[in-house]
Design a protein around this ligand. Sequence first.
Ligand SMILES: Nc1nc2c(ncn2[C@@H]2O[C@H](COP(=O)(O)OP(=O)(O)OP(=O)(O)O)[C@@H](O)[C@H]2O)c(=O)[nH]1
Ligand SMILES: [Mg+2]
Length: 359
Amino acid sequence: MQNLDEILTEALNKATRERGHINVLIAGRSGVGKSTLINAVFQKNLAETGQGRPVTKGTREITKEGVPITIFDTRGLEMKDFGSTLVELEKVIQDRSSDRDSNRHIHVAWLCIQEDGRRVEDAEIQLHDMLAKHVPLVTVITKARSDNGFRNKVMELLPESRNVIRVRAIPEELDDGYTLKPMGLEELIDLTSEVIPEGKRRALAAAQKANLSYKRSQAHKIVAGSATAAAAAGASPIPFSDAAILAPIQVGMIAGITSVFGLELSKATLSTLVTSAIGVGGATFVGRTIVVNVMKFFPGVGTVAGGAISGATASAITVALGEAYIAVLSEIFSADPDANPDATTIADKLKEKMRKRSE
Ligand SMILES: Nc1nc2c(ncn2[C@@H]2O[C@H](COP(=O)(O)OP(=O)(O)OP(=O)(O)O)[C@@H](O)[C@H]2O)c(=O)[nH]1
Ligand SMILES: [Mg+2]
């Protein structure tokens, strides 16, 4: 029989492994808005507050503890020795893509060109040619205001782009008092998701803050997977005394959802969620207590028929728990994409949400 610590450790390891780490290369001339875009799209003002480390003369690698992304911020396109920069960069990309650990590959590149100049330079075309040879390339037209056919021109000149997206990373105030709202950021995440390996989507969901629906859709996939696992566990009805076998599935699901929403994946966080939201007291029969308490929260959802839990019930209570948790996190992050809620706050809201659902 597993104790709580073992259940939590297993759930955390699985969630961390399945989330993985994504590497995004963001290239463009100085001043096109790369740092602004990074801060608008990813968590925690990565471009300003992240740890930067030079990789080549023109490229630095930015990371931040707890955010499963590494950004390769590439500039120097306007330098005279751009040719050697390009060779150096290509070598970095090739070395990484031959690494056996897929968490080290560069998974996608964003080539940023600003709309203002309405020009695509030679250096940008060369960079496009080189990048597209090795990684999926998305071209980003930054500081978008009025297209006037520029996007078509870009598609013509940079034909290997998997997509060309116009974005405005920050609001722009016009002289007459109008303000243009940010645009294109959600779409940039959706289109990026389409070109990266499926195994990197959870890391993308976790690292970004611009697209809440994307986090939700990744979380729903986790719920669906857990529901299937729970149904399989109950394929021959689970005697009530063995309900504990569902606990790792449900705690694993909570850990997975926590991870795609970009919250800290620590034992302390997960432990607070499980103990205070679901209510787990003593150390004996923890697994069963978790499942029994979840069932108590959703009395209408499934029943213990003849002293056993059917596959349908096991799956239904798992879905109810997962959906309640997604709803709580969605509310928190739609109120504030930069929210940094502590585990106790989340646990209280989850308990409240489950109470409401059970009424
Ligand atoms: N209006 C408007 N201004 C923007 C936008 N994105 C960036 N800027 C401005 O453009 C300037 C340059 O932006 P950065 O993000 O520093 O550009 P960068 O590409 O990181 O520049 P380097 O780090 O020098 O390579 C800043 O003044 C930004 O505020 C945008 O979407 N709209
Ligand atoms: Mg910058």
